[in-house]
Ligand binder design. Structure first.
Ligand code: PLP
Length: 444
């Protein structure tokens, strides 16, 4: 790996100095293209996403059996979209910015099985692997009712195989719980910032939790090493997996149906802005890909990162992608935002999606806590800190007149806009942990 010359990087990209100074900033990428021009660079197509959706439909009867909490949605792991009018008014007051249009909240925080956005990609990748093994062994056909997977015979079969993953917490929860339920022997390599309750929960499901003193990158590296030693061990690669990415992307097509059912219009005159908390990039990248397929140029995606872990902003802005980490420019990558404590972004996602993401911004941990308290106070919705990162996106969009002009987003269009805050986690946080989060909010 080549050494990063920080002085030169700052000279070429003055914004890097703001990142180093830990300032909350927004950067709107001047190089975004139309959806049509940008999509070919992703290397995946709508057929791939439809294939993923069909696979999830095949597994729905199994999931209903294995996780009764999915019965309400017929075995489909999907979340609600809700309005948050009181929070919208509170945001406008807090940032002294009139926010026209409507703010909605996508509650992936309350997805069944693992209570975070990782219940999309993580679970999808485990199911894909399980299906592949069972099909190859000739014990399953895609025409079968997958309910049969919920049996001792299949658990025995899967128990010959191992799955490993590196995680800051939520990915490990999704992959660990799903793998263990199917019968796999599964190891989750957890970074130092992972919460104790997540480790405890995984162990209670029979997952082998391996703990590290270092951050996410080391945990991933160790997981990969473990898997290399064992041909029966499958390593789930959060940084490069197109399977994970496709599992997330299914959200776009589903949201389109959800909006149609709820009477939410999205078109050229009714723009949709979506604010996605970003860690390594697979979750927000995959969801954004699905959204672009579903809504085209009418959807505008922004990624949100903690000021202490702005890896995607850094990678895309400098064009270095995974060739630079926040630590190399002197940022510590320490944040309370689970899932977002990532120092080096996925090179695959950055390169695939940079033409399709309108902007990136950072937010301080203290502000995530404040917004966590504010959302609880105004709407009685409880999220984990990372899930609040999307909440300031509408303020950045509204305040950036250059960006609005460049996209011909007139006041009339903004009055018709939908601002969708993707709430990525928090539904399974134990009450005493939530109390600690809430006590960190300072709303004066
Ligand atoms: C993982 C995670 C994200 C971001 O997903 P990446 O794929 O890492 O970018 C956002 N929020 C929460 C709560 C997460 O767990």
């Amino acid at each position: 790996m080549t050494q990063i010359n920080v002085d030169k990087l700052i000279a070429d990209y003055p914004l890097v100095q703001d990142l180093i100074d830990l300032k909350p900033i927004a950067w709107f990428n001047p190089n975004v293209t139309t959806t049509q021009a940008g999509l070919p660079y992703v290397g995946l197509t709508i057929e791939d996403v439809q294939d993923a959706e069909a696979r999830l439909n095949r597994f729905a009867p199994y999931l209903m059996k294995a996780f009764p909490e999915t019965q309400a949605t017929q075995g489909i792991i999907e979340s609600e979209v809700v309005t948050i009018p009181q929070m919208q008014a509170a945001l406008a007051a807090r940032y002294q910015t009139p926010i026209t249009g409507k703010i909605l909240l996508k509650k992936d925080s309350h997805l069944p099985i693992s209570g975070s956005i990782k219940a999309r990609g993580g679970i999808y990748e485990v199911l894909t692997h399980a299906e592949k093994l069972a099909l190859a062994a000739g014990i399953l056909s895609t025409d079968d009712n997958y309910e049969i997977l919920f049996s001792e015979q299949f658990r025995q079969f899967f128990s010959q195989y191992r799955i490993a993953v590196g995680s800051t917490g939520n990915l490990g929860m999704s992959i660990g719980i799903m793998s263990a339920k199917l019968g796999f022997s599964v190891s989750v390599h957890m970074s130092a910032d992972a919460r104790q309750w997540k480790k405890d929960k995984l162990r209670s499901h029979g997952v082998n939790v391996v703990e590290y003193e270092q951050d996410y990158s080391i945990a991933v590296e160790q997981g990969r090493k473990e898997a290399e030693k064992d041909p029966n061990c499958f390593f789930i690669d959060d940084e490069n997996s197109t399977t994970l990415f496709l599992g997330y992307a299914v959200a776009g097509l589903r949201l389109k149906k959800q909006f149609a059912d709820q009477g939410v219009t999205v078109d050229n005159d009714h723009p949709l802005f979506v604010y996605l908390p970003c860690g390594v990039g697979g979750g927000p990248g995959g969801v954004a890909f699905g959204l672009k397929l579903a809504f085209g140029d009418a959807v505008h995606c922004l990624f949100a990162e903690p000021t202490h872990s702005p890896c995607m902003l850094l990678g895309v802005h400098t064009g270095l992608h995974d060739g630079v980490s926040v630590q190399e420019i002197g940022i510590d990558n320490i944040t309370a935002a689970d899932g977002l404590a990532v120092g080096r972004a996925s090179g695959f996602v950055g390169r695939a999606m940079e033409r399709l993401i309108d902007g990136y911004y950072t937010i301080e941990d203290s502000e995530m806590y404040n917004l966590l308290g504010l959302l609880n106070q105004t709407e009685s919705i409880k999220l984990e800190p990372s899930a609040l990162a999307g909440m300031t996106g509408c303020v950045h969009v509204t305040q950036n007149t250059d960006y609005l002009q460049s996209k011909a987003l007139t006041p009339t269009k903004l009055a018709n806009a939908t601002h969708l805050v993707w709430a990525t986690g928090g539904g399974m946080v134990p009450a005493d942990e939530m109390q600690k989060y809430l006590s960190q909010a300072n709303l004066n």
